[in-house]
Design a protein around this ligand. Structure first.
Ligand code: SF4
Length: 439
């Protein structure tokens, strides 16, 4: 997730609007470029790289030990946005990975087999350690088993118990803290060649807490009418720093401070979100979206909504790396417990009833007109149970749900005309209901 360099629109009759580059966007772009430079310079600097996942990431811990995180999921989605994922997926399928395998995994393996050059064009270092934070998705296990074979490097696994009953018990927290103390931190210290400084970890957790406060203010701005943000298509850019290598850094804190100020200014001026075609001037529909976006046709997908005046006021996908808007904050006074609670509280680690409750909360709190589910072929972690969610939410709220299907980074599964038809039919149905022509 990089800075939103929104493509110029393909409107033949009008000159394309100049995309707005806010200070926060420029900062995010610089942060990402610097991080990839550090990764490319590993052969000279001797710094150590740890590959890990977005949900359940332990970025403050890695930072406190001067380790450099690499997030394969983010590389995969970036490859999708930059038109590189098709070839990588084909490469992985040629070497025997089935069509049914999560396309993030195949994209990552294909990228590795093609030289492990990052989506931004810099060479990635091999991992010194694979930090497998297991937060509800079985694919995470298989993915890092494959990478362990590819790179011949060790794996440190953090097993996070699933929230099967919808709550975190003291035993679950203790179980995760024990693993951090006895397995994960020693493995990281061994790679880093030094002991963990708990004061440095707490300092970083305080920076995380501050950034999380500002991010939540950004999400909640969408309760305003019109919403100054799009909490899904725009939201994926906002979570870039906090979901990737930067949580617990001064840069991330400053990014969220700037972003919040920019969003609050837009809200005070009554402005809508920036879209690929410039500013949205009329908010006609307020939607909640469940499920990850498609990355290979991201702007086309976004335009299907923005050109109809549809704004996504809340989404679950933008919470996949941290559910801060339900109250969780990293707590610098309880460093290991707070890391455990963060992992336990990841969206992918929540049971279906919790997910339905969260979506219902969003529909009510953000005064949405309805909700849409983007069911992606790749991701069982998100897609299982989505039809049940649809029915439950319609029953509980009386609001209509829509269902579309695509994929994360496999362009073969993005049927533009079909998806566009479904989105338009759904929005027309909302319009008819509004005018009282639809029961
Ligand atoms: S199945 Fe879903 S959650 Fe699991 S690795 Fe793939 S995209 Fe991520």
């Amino acid at each position: 997730m990089t800075n939103p360099t929104i493509d110029a629109p393909a409107t033949p009759s009008a000159p394309p609007p100049v995309p707005t580059k806010d200070a926060s966007q420029l900062r995010q772009k610089r942060m990402i470029a610097e991080h990839f430079d550090k990764l490319e310079q590993v052969p000279e600097t001797g710094r150590k790289a740890v590959y890990t996942f977005v949900p359940g990431n332990l970025t403050e811990l890695l930072g406190a030990l001067d380790l450099l995180p690499v997030l394969p999921e983010i590389n995969a989605l970036q490859s999708g946005m930059r038109g590189k994922s098709r070839d990588y997926i084909m490469e992985a399928e040629k070497s025997g990975h089935s069509e049914d395998v999560c396309t993030y995994v195949k994209c990552d393996l294909g990228m590795k087999h093609s030289g492990n050059v990052s989506p931004t064009g810099t060479k990635l270092p091999d991992p010194n350690l694979l930090l497998l934070s297991y937060t509800g998705c079985f694919t995470f296990l298989k993915w890092f088993e494959l990478l362990r074979e590819e790179y011949g490097c060790p794996v440190a696994m953090l097993h996070v118990p699933y929230q099967a009953d919808g709550k975190i018990t003291p035993e679950m927290r203790r179980y995760v803290v024990d693993q951090l103390e006895k397995k994960v931190i020693p493995a990281l210290e061994k790679i880093a060649g030094k002991k963990l400084d708990m004061d440095e970890l707490s300092r970083r957790l305080e920076l995380s807490r501050q950034a999380e406060d500002d991010l939540v203010a950004v999400w909640e701005s969408a309760k305003h009418k019109p919403s100054p943000i799009d909490g899904y298509f725009g939201g994926v850019y906002y979570v870039g720093p906090i979901f990737s290598a930067f949580r617990g850094t001064e840069d991330a804190r400053e990014y969220y401070r700037e972003l919040r100020a920019e969003v609050e200014e837009r809200m005070a001026r009554g402005l809508g979100p920036i879209t690929p075609d410039g500013e949205l001037t009329e908010e006609r529909y307020r939607l909640v979206v469940e499920g990850p976006p498609n990355w290979t046709s991201f702007n086309d997908f976004w335009r299907m909504f923005s050109r109809e005046g549809a704004v996504v006021v809340a989404s679950t996908y933008t919470k996949v790396g941290g559910l801060y808007d339900t109250g969780f904050r990293h707590d610098p006074d309880r460093p290991l417990e707070t890391l455990a609670e963060y992992c336990l509280n990841c969206y992918t680690n929540h049971c279906l009833p919790n997910r339905v409750d969260l979506l219902e909360h969003y529909l009510r709190e953000y005064q949405a007109d309805g909700f849409l589910i983007n069911s992606v072929k790749s991701c069982n972690s998100f897609s299982v149970g989505q039809l049940l969610m649809l029915r439950k939410l319609e029953e509980r709220t009386g609001l209509p749900g829509g269902f579309i299907e695509s994929d994360l980074v496999d362009p073969r599964y993005f049927g533009k005309a079909n998806i566009e038809n479904r989105v338009q039919s759904y929005l027309q149905m909302l319009e008819s209901r509004r005018k009282g022509r639809y029961a």
